[in-house]
Design a binder for this molecule. Sequence first.
Ligand SMILES: Cc1ncc(COP(=O)(O)O)c(C=O)c1O
Length: 371
Amino acid sequence: MSNSRVVPFFDYPRLFLDHQVEFIDVVKDVASRGAFIMQKDLREFELALASYTGAKHAIGVANATDGLELALMAIGIQPGDEVICCSHTMLATAAAIVTAGGKPVPVELGWDNLIDGDAVEAAITRHTVGIMPTQLNGRTCDMDRIMAIADKHGLFVVEDAAQALGSKFKGKAAGTFGKAAAISFYPAKVLGCFGDGGGVITSDGYMYDRVFQLHDHGRDIDGEVRCWGRNSRLDNLQAAILSYGLKSYDKVVDRRRAIARKYQELLGGIEELMLPPSPDANADHFDVYQNYELQAVRRDELRVFLRNNGIGTLIQWGGKAVHQFERLGFTCRLPKVERFFERCIMLPMNVFLSDDDVVYICDKVHKFYRG
Ligand SMILES: Cc1ncc(COP(=O)(O)O)c(C=O)c1O
């Protein structure tokens, strides 16, 4: 193995190039049928997505942010309604609450860096209507706890499963615990399309009907207008591309879990790092490793060192938790989340990595800390 190489954080061109013959066939097939909007390819993908997750229904939408907003609109949240989410999430989680008319209440993370059940309970007020846990980095929260809190206080749960297709808690898929969930098909997601894309999954017939109407100008499945709505449809072509990807999704997840195992094996002994749980750490969790996010002492120096050695890393969301976007009106302090954001960094995690790439990355991390 050479001592220098380039390992981008995510190699976007390879998303297409590695399967270009097959993708060109998909495009030819769909485009030559003129099947661009709400055609059979979309329906087939929705059925495959529902079946893959175990949800009764799936609806292709323009992106996961829309999906979350539409789910909240379908529930009917009202101005002043508070929805609790973790501050360790993409701003999109909180933005969907705001654009649906509610008020996001960001709370602390727990030991697993996901929403903390105690913090959720402490944040409940008479205005609280729901909880929106984020199944972050491909890991599903302890949903026993979240659902118990929701049941006790009469709150709805909508999962932000943007990063968690295929992830499970106690054998049940992310996105199937609450009333509905949204999944993202942004290109760098474990299942990514060639642009923006998302899906809403639900097993609740009312939610299905309502989200369906809201995402297609208020029209129901027979084209009858039932309410005000808008256009947030998943393109038929993107759906066909996603169906192709979904067929080999389990293999992709296996590979990502193998890479996570390798990172654990090669980096586990470095005391300056706090790694995410390894795939075999806890049988209750099946993680799909959307990201490999760890905490590192001297994080910024490590990042520069890796960059100088050709290795791309990412600090999520510009290095800010939701409540740290002060211009958006947040005034709370959440010390655990803030501490996390001082030290978090993502190493490359995708199927384009070879075993040698992973060894190279780990070798450089060792060099940084041990010289
Ligand atoms: C946790 C989380 N929520 C929501 C979103 C929004 O997804 P989309 O870009 O499909 O709107 C993302 C996308 O990266 C995400 O990571």
